[in-house]
Design a protein around this ligand. Sequence first.
Ligand SMILES: Nc1ncnc2c1ncn2[C@@H]1O[C@H](COP(=O)(O)OP(=O)(O)O)[C@@H](O)[C@H]1O
Ligand SMILES: [Mg+2]
Length: 235
Amino acid sequence: MTEAVLDVRGLGASYGATPILQGVDMRIAKGEIVGLIGRNGVGKTTTMRCLIGLLRATRGSIALNGQDVTALPSDARARLGIGYVPQGREVFPRMTVAENLAVGELIGGPKGKKLHDLVYQYFPRLADRRVQLAGTMSGGEQQQLAIGRVLVGNPTLMLLDEPSEGIQPSIVQMICDALQSVRRELGTTIVFVEQNLDTILAISERCYVMEKGRIVSAIGPGEVTAENVRQHLLI
Ligand SMILES: Nc1ncnc2c1ncn2[C@@H]1O[C@H](COP(=O)(O)OP(=O)(O)O)[C@@H](O)[C@H]1O
Ligand SMILES: [Mg+2]
């Protein structure tokens, strides 16, 4: 692999005294779309929170484009190019669509305006609802906005936690298409947690499989099939 965009080694994390991550290893190259899969409660969200810096690593390291970011707070990691779309979306409910995007734009600098237009192109429903309060939109629309808010920050690495959760299939399809366009047009590297088989099959080039706080296997390029994936999704 050429130099990894994301290089995670032996990552550990705990909630209080309870160890959750027990040595997570992942290497992701530029422009890859990689799925992180596994049953409920194995530590997928905890991994994402550790990668963006909302949870401190108790051991191991996280490098972004060769730079060790393990000790940096989440805002510094965001400025270095990690964008995070959390599970459950968390858009600002009392701000409009445009205002939510403006907050994301603060991170990305001068490229923001162009990316703002691109977000409206990927997600026309957001363009129609620029002045609508985010909290009044459907779950699918809020997910598009959560992704758009990260995109306008021009991340080199996007982390998404269950982007299809609770969303109707037609919107899931739109989100899958948008993520593939993002990778193709902006060269963005994408790591996403998913439980939805169709989404995993649609966009991931390879997957890491997590069990009990560790990566226990990988599904390589060309091996991402329903048969190989489904067994890791059961609750
Ligand atoms: N805020 C928290 N405090 C304590 N334990 C938590 C917290 N969040 C998650 N956990 C526990 O950590 C484990 C991993 O959770 P999580 O990373 O959310 O799993 P996944 O995303 O794979 O479903 C689970 O046992 C869960 O109960
Ligand atoms: Mg989760």
